[in-house]
Design a protein around this ligand. Structure first.
Ligand code: PGA
Length: 246
């Protein structure tokens, strides 16, 4: 059991439609219960649902974010994209940046760095994803990969108060595979050691469910979880929160 203030961030990826909003009633009820006194729930639905989620959560403390943003700080001819200030404008408070599913499609550390800087300017809270591939892990390169992603992703970023680092081993995302707890503890400590003082907050992501969270919750340096698949099912999402606390 942990007594810490924890963040539970739901990454819905490219799933969900207006009908899915009905499934959130359970979570809204739960968010008002004593069981979640010490934690924060945040949903990052697809762009198409951000506004509806904001309306749905109007009377509760659940927060809403986006899953990505364009690197440009200004309006411009970028068909199909939205930037950080447009997200802030509709009321989103968070944005996920650097998810491995986007890195795989060519998002570089430099682009990620630009996105982070503009998201800070727009006063969004940032969930900055880092993580090694299986090949990098097997070659013993986990720490150097993470160090590089942090160094270049946060180049000339001095304000780290609204920053979350989500450590998501690529090989763990959506696979049901999770890191060995001792190894994870060591990696999280390593990430923490890259920063001065107690900032930023550190999350773990990759196949989190209500069973394995019982092991993760003992890792002192963790401030919460970024949850993909399990977060689309309200009962599973609530169970993860419950199992974190008791
Ligand atoms: P998963 O996804 O929980 O389905 O592994 C996590 C993520 O991609 O953020």
């Amino acid at each position: 059991m942990t007594n810490k203030y924890m963040y539970f961030i739901a990454n819905w990826k490219m799933y969900g439609n207006l009908k899915s909003l009905n499934t959130l009633d359970k979570v809204i009820k739960f968010s008002k219960s004593k069981e979640i006194m010490k934690g924060r729930l945040i949903y990052c639905p697809p762009y198409t649902l951000i506004n509806s989620f904001l309306k749905k959560f109007n009377n509760c403390l659940i927060d809403v974010g986006a899953q990505n943003c364009h690197e440009s700080s200004d309006y411009g001819p970028h068909t199909g994209f939205v930037n950080a200030k447009m997200l802030k404008d509709i009321g989103a408070n968070y944005v996920i940046i650097g998810h491995s599913e986007n890195r795989e499609k060519g998002e570089t550390n430099k682009i990620i760095n630009q996105k982070i800087k503009n998201a800070i300017k727009a006063k969004l809270k940032i969930i900055f994803c880092i993580g090694e591939t299986l090949k990098q892990k097997k070659n013993g390169r986990t720490k150097s990969v993470l160090q590089n992603q942090i160094k270049f992703g946060l180049d000339k970023v001095s304000k780290k108060t609204n920053l979350f680092i989500a450590y998501e081993p690529v090989w763990s995302i959506g696979t049901g595979k999770i890191p060995n707890i001792k190894e994870l503890e060591e990696t999280v400590k390593f990430i923490r050691s890259r920063f001065k003082r107690k900032m930023p907050k550190i999350l773990y992501g990759g196949s989190v469910n209500s069973e394995n969270v019982k092991n993760f919750r003992f890792i002192k340096e963790l401030d919460g979880f970024l949850i993909g698949g399990a977060s689309q099912n309200s009962k599973k999402f609530i169970d993860i929160v419950k199992k974190t606390y008791n």
